[in-house]
Design a protein around this ligand. Structure first.
Ligand code: HEC
Length: 120
């Protein structure tokens, strides 16, 4: 009786370890798979009014986003959303973006290529 009980306990411990590992794996795989630049492109339609269709801004006061670092784009959008960074237009634009939207938008703008060159 004692043996069966302890065997059961070991089995249960192993089972919960497997559950824990697969739950953790899901979190990491889920995060890695979250960024979808194609979805980001469609989410960027209203952004293009100011930031341009190619991520090159239409106005001198608006920053270019094409080729910007993904991590920086994500941070900026989260800061506008939380109020840590404020701008009358961007605070409004970021308000309804989910974390997944922000990741996709960041992946889209980061995927646009630009070239840098030093003037002669
Ligand atoms: C009405 C014009 C307008 C629209 C629409 C707009 N933006 Fe902006 N965006 C701005 C301006 C202006 C700034 C600069 C704000 C500042 O001075 O801090 C900015 C800044 C940003 C920045 C920070 C860039 C940097 O270099 O720090 C990001 C990222 C950004 N916008 C993303 C977006 C995304 C994504 C959308 C669409 C969901 C969007 N914007 C829509 C005007 C706009």
């Amino acid at each position: 009786m004692f043996l069966i009980k302890s065997d059961l306990k070991i089995a249960m411990n192993r089972y919960s370890s497997v559950l824990l590992i697969s739950a953790l794996a899901n979190v990491f795989i889920g995060q890695a798979a979250a960024a979808d630049p194609v979805n980001g492109q469609s989410l960027a339609a209203p952004c293009a009014v100011c930031h341009g269709k190619t991520g090159i801004a239409n106005e001198a006061i608006v920053p270019n986003l094409a080729g910007q670092q993904e991590m920086y784009l994500e941070k900026s959008l989260k800061d506008f959303r939380s109020g840590a960074r404020q701008d009358r237009r961007m605070s409004l634009m970021a308000q309804n973006l989910s974390d997944a939207d922000i990741k996709d938008l960041a992946a889209w703008y980061a995927s646009l290529t630009i070239e840098g060159s030093v003037p002669d």
